[in-house]
Design a protein around this ligand. Structure first.
Ligand code: 2RA
Length: 375
């Protein structure tokens, strides 16, 4: 048994932040990424929450680009957006030639837009990194978390049109922590309970949470436009539609995407997904049952060495990951690492994981996929 679980902080390029995890590169050190030898990049859904985060991540990581095209629906076309000292006019993604000359197109404008326009981008030779659910379960489309299954996109080449899908945010955050343990002891069953932030439902949901909080505090009835029920000071089952088996679509994504990413059709996964009034980072309680024994000290060592993972696990101070602490950070944070008492022979662990939904759950993962195309 381990003696006292201490908070573990690993140094990082972007600088450790107080209490563990990683800080986003400060704006004063932002690198100009406009480079003649970079690919030509298009961002579809450039005015949305994830679209805007694509730009921040491109800038903070110095992702090289020769040219940048910001695309959105006709409604947003004509808007002007500043980025790295230049001003870009948002163009209509449905206009003829919208993807001409584009090497990499980062899509985050919903499944309908991806289904309608990704094929045109691919036909013009672009590699599409799609953040929607449109192609995730297509057997021809790799579903990739770079730290987890980079091999799935080994055949994808710049210059040859293709689609690579970004997994759902909840799956990314869960598997960032579960996969290093899975590699060691093989997960046979995983039970996930999520506490999902407003950002997962888009910028309008974040605004609704702010507005409702003010309204409720002022004794007014909350405005419910995005969600059908009060969100501030409340939690409710995830807003995704319920399917025939009683699960909602968000829960089924966790089940199906985990199997695809781990290339393991037999792994047992069950999930309960809940929306909580938190702005932009998801939290997840994950129970893992393994084929082989895995003690909690070894698990902590494995997670400490895992890329993109920070451990916050200070039992003495009762200090563990929180959505606020991981907001705007690249890493997912893992804590509450403990042996599952109900499993024999150290074959079970409980962990608690938090990750920024817009960043690692969406934009950062997509830009990391794009980075892999440059290697
Ligand atoms: C959510 N599925 O509801 C979204 C994020 N991709 O949080």
């Amino acid at each position: 048994m381990q003696a006292a679980a201490a908070a573990v902080h690993r140094p990082h390029l972007l600088g450790a932040y107080p209490g563990g995890g990683r800080a986003r590169r400060p704006s004063s050190t932002v690198r100009m990424a406009l480079r003649e030898d970079g690919p030509s990049v298009a961002i579809v859904g450039a005015t949305g929450a994830v679209g805007q985060e694509f730009l921040r991540v491109i800038s903070s990581r110095g992702f090289p680009y020769r040219s940048l095209r910001l695309l959105a629906s006709e409604r947003s076309a004509g808007k002007r957006l500043p980025f790295e000292g230049q001003e870009y006019t948002v163009q209509d993604l449905a206009a003829p030639g919208a993807f001409d000359g584009v090497d990499i197109a980062l899509f985050s404008a919903g499944g309908g837009v991806s289904r309608a326009h990704a094929p045109a981008a691919v036909a013009s030779g672009a590699v599409v990194v799609d953040n929607s659910s449109a192609f995730r379960m297509d057997p021809e489309v790799p579903l990739v978390i770079p730290e987890v299954n980079p091999e799935a996109m080994a055949h994808v080449r710049l210059g040859k049109g293709a689609i690579v899908a970004n997994p759902n945010c909840s799956t990314i955050i869960c598997l960032m922590a579960a996969t290093p343990l899975h590699r060691h002891a093989k997960v046979v069953r995983m039970v996930v309970s999520t506490y999902q932030a407003a950002s997962g439902a888009g910028a309008a949901a974040m605004e609704e949470l702010k507005l409702q909080t003010q309204e409720v505090l002022a004794g007014k009835a909350p405005t419910c436009n995005i969600f059908s029920q009060q969100y501030a000071f409340n939690i409710f089952s995830h807003n995704a539609p319920i399917v025939e088996n009683g699960y909602n679509e968000e829960e089924m994504k966790m089940v199906k995407e985990t199997r695809k990413i781990w290339n393991d059709k037999d792994v047992k996964v069950t999930a309960t997904c809940i929306r909580v009034p938190v702005m932009r980072a998801h939290a997840e309680s994950v129970n893992l049952q393994f084929e082989k024994p895995l003690d909690e000290d070894t698990a902590r060592e494995i997670l400490r060495a895992a890329e993109g993972v920070t451990i916050i696990d200070d039992r003495a101070s009762n200090r563990f990951p929180t959505p606020l602490e991981v907001s705007d950070k690249d890493d997912v944070a893992v804590g509450r690492i403990r042996q599952d008492l109900s499993q024999d022979d150290n074959k079970g662990l409980d962990i608690f994981v938090c990750g920024d939904q817009i960043r690692k759950g969406a934009a950062l993962n997509a830009v990391q996929i794009a980075e892999m195309l440059l290697k």
